[in-house]
Design a protein around this ligand. Structure first.
Ligand SMILES: Cc1cc2nc3c(=O)[nH]c(=O)nc-3n(C[C@H](O)[C@H](O)[C@H](O)COP(=O)(O)O)c2cc1C
Length: 335
């Protein structure tokens, strides 16, 4: 069964890749991911905050050489990140030496400023591609959606000016006009989009009266939001698409490919069940396609997107009305 896919200009034997996560900080895990059949790996992000923090420490050290130790140990955020910027580049070089599959580095931040210089350093360190993650919670009532989108598009242009690497933008679903924004990124020379960032919502710890952050892994229910937007965007934009969020089973993979994913990133499933899931899901995908009469993955690709599905209105407002009306009328047991 031919599972070949094209993603960000690479021809991959199949679409399953290890998404951005701390797993990639462990060289042994990256090797195992390749051995067990991952088609590519995405590195943990290098965060803008890490880079600016590192620079501030450097400046403090230069200004107060005699109190070097204090400058280092009393700067906020120390120890919050696994790898500092230099270690990140070193880890990238090590991964590139260790595996043959494409290695996609990840930059994560919100401002169009000097930290994006790391795109060049990442390119020089040997990455095959770059993910630009603009994870942001828009809290400022004085900042418009247009201004936020412009900043992300400008960040992308800055990255593209610094490197020839293919760049995918990892997006949030919470934009007022996602299709328009995606087109704006296409015009700013994005090579691909990753749909979507997962937003980790804060909770309230009632015993401690604190805001609690808990990292919940995804479930297959998370793919529904992705299916809709893959279907809408893949039909209208000339970009590579990867899905991130909620892919756990063979059926999930088939659905995201049918709506438009060229690449399928897995994190929660691998954290829960281990790297051998790459091999299982790949053979499961072959089996599913064979038993449903497909000759290749390409035949299934985008077959259910906005351009190709039998009733495109299901992705739009009509589906909302139909869904509300589909709830069964109250039966005798409902009272
Ligand atoms: C422990 C952990 C660390 C993560 N670190 C990053 C990161 O550094 N950069 C990033 O873009 N996404 C990061 N993610 C998000 C994942 O790449 C992915 O988008 C998300 O987990 C949804 O995919 P999943 O449903 O397969 O888990 C992380 C996720 C987890 C669970």
């Amino acid at each position: 069964m031919d599972l070949t896919t094209r993603y960000l200009g690479f021809t991959l034997p199949h679409p399953l890749m290890l998404g951005a996560s701390p797993l990639v900080d462990d060289l042994g895990a990256v090797r195992r991911a390749e051995d067990l059949g991952a088609a590519a790996v995405v590195m943990h992000s290098l965060f803008e905050e890490q880079i600016t923090h590192d620079r501030q420490v450097g400046e403090q050290v230069a200004r107060h050489e005699e109190s070097f130790a204090e400058a280092i140990y009393f700067t906020p955020h120390r120890g919050e990140f696994e790898l500092g910027p230099d270690e990140y580049l070193e880890q990238l070089r090590r991964i590139k030496d260790a595996v043959k599959i494409p290695v996609i580095a990840s930059l994560n931040g919100t401002t169009n400023s000097g930290w994006l210089e790391y795109a060049r350093l990442i390119d020089q360190a040997g990455a095959d591609a770059l993910e630009l993650n603009a994870y942001r919670v828009a809290t400022d009532p004085n900042e418009s959606g247009d201004s936020i989108e412009k900043t992300t598009a400008d960040m992308l242009s800055s990255v593209k000016a610094r490197t020839q690497l293919p760049v995918a933008v990892k997006l949030s679903p919470y934009h007022t006009s996602l299709a328009h924004f995606a087109r704006r990124l296409e015009s700013a020379r994005a090579d691909g989009l990753v749909l979507f960032n997962r937003f980790y919502q804060p909770d309230i710890d009632l015993d401690e009266l604190e805001v609690a952050h808990r990292l919940e892994l995804s479930t297959s229910a998370d793919i529904l939001l992705r299916l809709r937007w893959l279907a809408i965007l893949s039909a209208q934009l000339n970009l590579s698409f990867a899905v991130s969020g909620g892919v756990h089973s063979v059926e999930d993979i088939v659905k995201v490919v049918m709506t438009g994913a060229d690449g399928v990133q897995l994190v929660s499933e691998i954290l829960k069940h281990g790297l051998h899931r790459f091999a299982e899901l790949r053979s499961g995908l072959e089996h599913w396609l064979e038993s449903h009469g497909y000759h290749s993955l390409d035949q299934a690709r985008r077959s259910m997107n906005l351009a190709n599905c039998p009733d495109p209105k299901v992705y739009e407002r009509t589906s909302y009305m139909r869904t509300l009306n589909s709830w069964p009328p109250p039966g005798p047991q409902s009272g």
